[in-house]
Design a protein around this ligand. Sequence first.
Ligand code: HEM
Length: 180
Amino acid sequence: MDLFFWELARASGLAAYVALCIAVLTGLAPRTAALGFLATNRAVRTLHDWTPWVVIPAALTHVVALLLDATARISVLDLIIPFQTSYGQLAIGLGTISLDLVVIVIVTTWLRRRLSNGAWQNLHRLSYVGFVTMFLHSILSGTDLASPIIAAMSWASAIAIGYYSLERVGRALPIAKARA
Ligand code: HEM
């Protein structure tokens, strides 16, 4: 049975990873040149708004499968507090940080009307940190990421997100300077 939960954890971890890459890329796209060749900003924005409905079930399946897999030795506390596991503390702890950040970003988006725009934006920017921790978690603890095809796709998405994040910062800086 543990083999089943292990395979389920790997497949759902990869699904959550892909969905989070799409979420970050479609979040960046309207303010950069990313995806402009593929769809209108409105279509990209709609896709961005729907990504939580893939991220939530995939990430939930990943952690529940790991809780049920006796070999993985993951406890409920490990889902909240990082670096407490009896092995792979850094690799798995980074997964815990990603999960915590994903929860913060999704919950604060649902509560957006109760927050000021600035507060919401700052909290939403935590998704960049979440992406970095998730990428490192996947690379360091993944079994399937050792496969050249999956590793190449994973690095390509990380490089694209890194590139467009820098492009966005480059576009935002002159505007911020002009306002100051
Ligand atoms: C949003 C949150 C998370 C995402 C997107 C995510 C994603 C991933 C991905 C893509 C893999 C690699 C799958 C593979 O290549 O085999 C992985 C592996 C793993 N994750 Fe996560 N993870 C998250 C949260 C967590 C949490 C909270 C824990 C435990 C506290 C955790 C524990 C593990 C473990 C133990 C593995 C290794 C599975 C194996 O043996 O292959 N992950 N995760």
